[in-house]
Design a protein. Sequence first.
Length: 335
Amino acid sequence: MYRTLGGGDLPANGTQPAHPHAITDFCGEGRRLYASAIRSGRISRSEAAVAPCLMEFALLHPDPDDPSWLRPVTPSAALAQRLHPIEREIQQRRHFAVELTESFEPFMSISAQDPPITHAITVLEGVSRINAALDRATAECQIEVLTVQPGSRSESALSEGLERGRAVVDRGVRIRTLYQHTVRHSQGTLAYADRMAEDKVEIRTLEELIERLIIFDRTVAYIPARSDRQVALELRHPGLVDYLAQVFEQLWQRATPLTQQVTYERTPDGITGVQRSIARLLVEGYVDEAIARRLGMNVRTCRAHIAKLATALGSGSRAQLGYLIALSGILKQEI
């Protein structure tokens, strides 16, 4: 009159046993009394009352000759009683595994004959998985790596980049990297550039860049899929990778080598190229944080440039600044 549920035995009426524990975790009294009953062949009901689990697990049963006594079920019989349903379930699962294997067997032979399927777009979630994919692509790269690195990079990111860069350069692979002009004032990035300075490593800068991009041998590209860069896309579709490579080449042609000085033409009002770029983004409706992110500078520096721009144009408010930018014609002078 008992059934098993979740590894322990409960009475068939569903009530909680008076002495609850699993059969795999005998209480001290139950262990002692069951051993005593096995040795002597029986045990009194009054003595067994302190360990009701022995009755709950059907390890004791009433003595047919004397209802005041209980007789033990032999350990081998008790064990077999509980192992039987487990073994039956194992056999059923093995039978299902055989059926499942047989159902897929015809397709396995087809898969072995055809070339492996290459996924055009793979979602990489988590920094560890992204880095593992980049390490694998780095190891397989044979010709060229194209990278776009907007904004500033942390010391750890520069260290990882240096390690990957050295690994491919030592194999004769060419590297071309695009940064923003603001890295020219970053000691960490300049130190990284010095350590990577070789014939096969070229670095150029632009005032404004697209989001991060890495292309290996023009066959696989990696781009961020979320603003926090915790999710990336691995792209292997030839059309997509070729398109991104063309975007890189257009940016590369407009960029200035890191070894050359960037010159900004000033307007008669003394407005620099950086400030013209900020003015354009202001007119397009970008907020300070977004402008700073796009130009690779911190928000404080961005706001300092906006203040200088407002002073140069004689603006007393943000709304007036947009009007004066449009009226001044400085955006027509962008290089």
